[in-house]
Design a protein around this ligand. Structure first.
Ligand code: GLA
Length: 386
């Protein structure tokens, strides 16, 4: 892919690319919708990701092109017009990154060209947007020699998502894309940002990624709705409890105080966040002890909680995960990412991958009417120069 990109870059912009970078996508093993509740998450960066090339310009124009959105063509704007624009579509992500970097660093005083191409399926909950954010930040860091730490870039990516794109997401996606390590998952405490790399070795088992191939819709508004429901739950619990986040509570404590939450739906949202946080800590323990069966059971329990208490699955994700859970040789399966559509993961015996794909495809086509896709990819480093 890269060779073709260098040629395309020259033909688009009439200059050679000066710097190149790669930013991965991610899966989340477990710890879903816990990152904006001060809880733990357990993601891993994947080898599917976004490649980018860049060169400086002498004027103040920024030209962006994506091989994935050829019909949109070159999107251009100047350093003086860094505002969200619906028509700029995908390019709003890099634009947001430019805006906040530009506010932080005086030496970004001329424009640049960027060409990107990614192999993360779009809208599949594998974080193609955070991948573009971190990639753009990394390319600009290289072009302008910015003194920008990974953690700053991660936080900046989250600001783009929250303030520029209007999605009140947590920090998980940017964090794993910025800090990922090949062959490792990362356990992150989102309350403190302390983290630990854990070898992602599953013995005879591998993670299979299963894509619903359902395009996400309304995800952003539902996502923001869940987040405010958790905030509401927290503020009601705070009538009696001195806590800053749901992540500080154990399930036992929650059971004692849950009657403070008047609404049943809101109570279930909190129950998910708190139980999922406990499952994530247990899953970390299980993985470090090579207890893959226990790990698999926690994946199943996570899916059930996301389905019944958090209500972010939907028939497509349920069909994938619940069918996979029944396949011989599968230890566990669950949706991954924000939910509503996108992907699920399954922990499957290496010898049974084909069987998983056949059985899940059959059930999925029967129920949903079109086929799912499957990916088997390695675990990658975080954003890096090429
Ligand atoms: C999206 C968000 C993350 C996280 C997950 C759910 O991927 O960007 O911050 O909240 O959903 O776990």
């Amino acid at each position: 892919m890269l060779q073709g990109m260098y040629e395309k870059f020259e033909s688009l912009f009439d200059v050679k690319a000066e710097v190149g970078a790669f930013a991965p996508g991610r899966i989340n093993l477990i710890g879903e919708h816990t990152d904006y509740n001060g809880g733990y998450v357990f993601p891993a960066a994947i080898e599917l990701g976004t490649y980018g090339l860049a060169s400086q310009r002498t004027d103040r124009t920024i030209c962006l092109y994506s091989n994935n959105f050829e019909d949109i063509g070159i999107v251009s704007f100047t350093l003086d017009e860094l505002v969200y624009n619906d028509q700029h579509d995908w390019a709003n992500y890099p634009k947001g990154v430019v805006k906040y970097l530009n506010e932080q660093f005086d030496n970004i005083d001329h424009g640049f060209n960027i060409l990107i191409e990614g192999n993360i399926p779009n809208g599949a909950s594998l974080s193609s947007s955070a991948s573009i954010e971190l990639l753009t930040g990394w390319l600009i860091k290289r072009l302008f020699n910015l003194e920008l730490e990974r953690l700053q870039l991660i936080k900046l990516g989250q600001v783009v998502e929250n303030k520029f794109m209007g999605v009140n997401s947590g920090i998980m996606d940017q964090f794993i894309i910025g800090m990922g390590k090949a062959e490792h998952a990362l356990l992150l405490d989102t309350a403190t940002l302390d983290f630990e790399y854990v070898p992602a070795k599953f013995g005879d088992y591998v993670i299979s990624i299963m894509n619903t191939n359902k395009r996400r819709s309304l995800t952003e508004s539902k996502y923001n709705e869940r987040r405010s429901e958790c905030e509401m739950a927290l503020s009601q619990l705070q009538q009696k409890l001195e806590v800053d986040s749901l992540g500080e509570l154990s399930l036992t404590e929650f059971d004692t105080y849950k009657s403070l939450i008047s609404d049943d739906v809101i109570r279930r949202r909190a129950k998910h966040a708190i139980s999922e946080n406990e499952r994530t800590k247990l899953a970390h323990k299980a993985l470090t002890e090579n207890d893959f069966e226990q790990f698999g059971e926690l994946l199943n329990a996570s899916h059930k909680s996301l389905k019944d208490d958090y209500e972010v699955t939907g028939i497509e994700l349920d069909t994938l995960a619940e069918t996979a859970q029944q396949v011989d040789g599968v230890l566990g399966a669950r949706m991954t990412g924000a939910g509503f559509a996108g992907c699920a993961i399954a922990l499957v015996d290496k010898q049974r991958i084909q069987r998983l794909e056949d059985e899940v495809s059959k059930a999925y086509i029967e129920k949903i009417g079109y086929a799912p896709s499957f990916y088997h990819v390695g675990i990658s480093d975080g954003v890096k120069s090429l």
